[in-house]
Design a protein around this ligand. Structure first.
Ligand SMILES: *Cc1c(COP(=O)(O)O)cnc(C)c1O
Length: 378
């Protein structure tokens, strides 16, 4: 029998989250962001749950090929555009839309021989300072692109650095709006955090007229997978999101600790009274963060308890006392939910576990290890 650890990708959750994001921007079209192999879930596994999107946005040509191989004929957007000249040939062949964020990418397009004019998204650096043309050079880039026979329609985009936090989007919105005022073309601005925290839905549109008119396309990623982009201020349940990934395993041994005895490397947890603990087949080689300290939440038989001591490569330890106190009999084979949905329906947010390790749900999803078998569920 293989080790009992598995991950499950929930198609029903992906569909529900997609509906949730649509409701936040009812007039916008939705790019389902599936970069990084659909945030670790697997492009092929999420495709059915996300096929209600208007397009798929990603970074890698290889991932774009996989989306086309699934039979998707709609839009696909390369969020960083092309990396070298010959990437444009695949863009022509697969009819990929691509971001243009720098002058070199315009040079490449100008030198590209194609019968099919390309749909491009011209990116402005409105304050994030990673990719994009500064506002003062945006119009010139637009004019250059507009003059190229290789270019069909030009859409306008930018990316927010602080949509999840107190700085918000107002300053970047103002920069973008001022620099694009009389340029034609569709607009795309919002990621998950902006879509949820600054929705353009009718009920919430008050005060968001400018964002509404600039939201032809929204670009949610992490929220589609059921993680709150602004945890702990917001949580998945606050936002009405359902976990799309469950990481589950089983208890493979139990131990009785006496007061003064420890468990695991470095004796990082010591019992102060006799207690029963469970050893779980899950470690950092499965993608569970080693930095999770004693006290990280975990579900055993659907009941919330905590991890104990250090996470090792293949195992971690959990406190069984809360289960015993509730009259349960945890034993070898008992279900353990590291994050996601327990079989009885109890939930544990990936964001809670991530925050325990000082990181984000994004990183945990993306770090699910190759060796964990992934099941698909409706
Ligand atoms: C990753 C990415 C997104 C999605 O971001 P989330 O925070 O996961 O919603 C949107 N736009 C761009 C340009 C991205 O790179």
């Amino acid at each position: 029998m293989p080790r009992p650890i598995t991950a499950t990708v929930h198609t029903d959750a992906l569909r529900a989250n997609m509906a949730r994001l649509r409701a936040a921007a009812p007039d916008a079209r939705v790019w389902a962001v599936v970069k990084a192999n659909a945030y670790g879930h697997g492009i092929e596994r999420v495709f059915d749950g996300l096929r209600g999107a208007d397009g798929f946005a990603l970074l890698d040509l290889e991932e774009a090929q996989r989306v086309r191989a699934l039979g998707w004929r709609g839009p696909i957007l390369l969020l960083e555009g092309v990396f070298e000249q010959r990437d444009l040939e695949l863009c022509s062949r697969l009819d990929l839309w691509h971001v243009v964020h720098c002058g070199e990418q315009i040079d490449m397009l100008a030198a590209h021989k194609t019968k099919l004019a390309h749909r491009v998204f011209l990116k402005m650096n409105s304050g994030m300072n990673r990719l994009g043309f500064p506002p003062g050079r945006y119009r010139a880039a637009w004019s250059r692109l507009n003059a190229l026979p290789q270019v069909d329609e030009i859409s306008l985009m930018t990316h927010f650095s602080d949509a999840d936090g107190p700085l918000g989007i107002a300053a970047q919105m103002a920069v973008f709006a001022a620099a694009t005022r009389d340029l034609p073309g569709e607009r795309s601005l919002s990621n998950s955090a902006a879509s949820l925290r600054h929705p353009t839905s009718a009920a919430a549109a008050h005060g968001h007229a400018e964002l509404q008119s600039a939201s032809d396309w929204v670009r949610p990623g992490v929220a589609l997978y059921g993680s709150a982009p602004d945890f702990p201020e917001g949580s998945a349940s606050d936002w009405g999101l359902a976990p799309a990934m469950t990481l589950a395993s089983k208890i493979i041994a139990t131990q009785e600790l006496l007061a003064g005895q420890s468990v695991g490397y470095g004796s990082a947890f010591t019992a102060t009274a006799p207690m029963r603990i469970g050893i779980v087949a899950c470690g950092y080689a499965d993608g569970y963060p080693r930095l999770c300290p004693t006290g990280t939440p975990v579900l055993v038989q659907g009941l919330r308890t905590r991890t104990l001591g250090r996470v090792s490569m293949d195992m971690l330890s959990v406190d069984l006392e809360p289960l015993l106190a509730a009259g349960q009999q945890p034993a070898l084979g008992s279900e353990v939910t590291l994050w996601g949905r327990a079989s009885g329906g109890a939930l544990l947010d990936i964001d809670e576990v991530a925050s325990s390790a000082g990181t984000l749900g994004y990183e945990l999803m993306c770090a699910l290890a190759q060796r964990v078998p992934v099941l698909a569920a409706d």
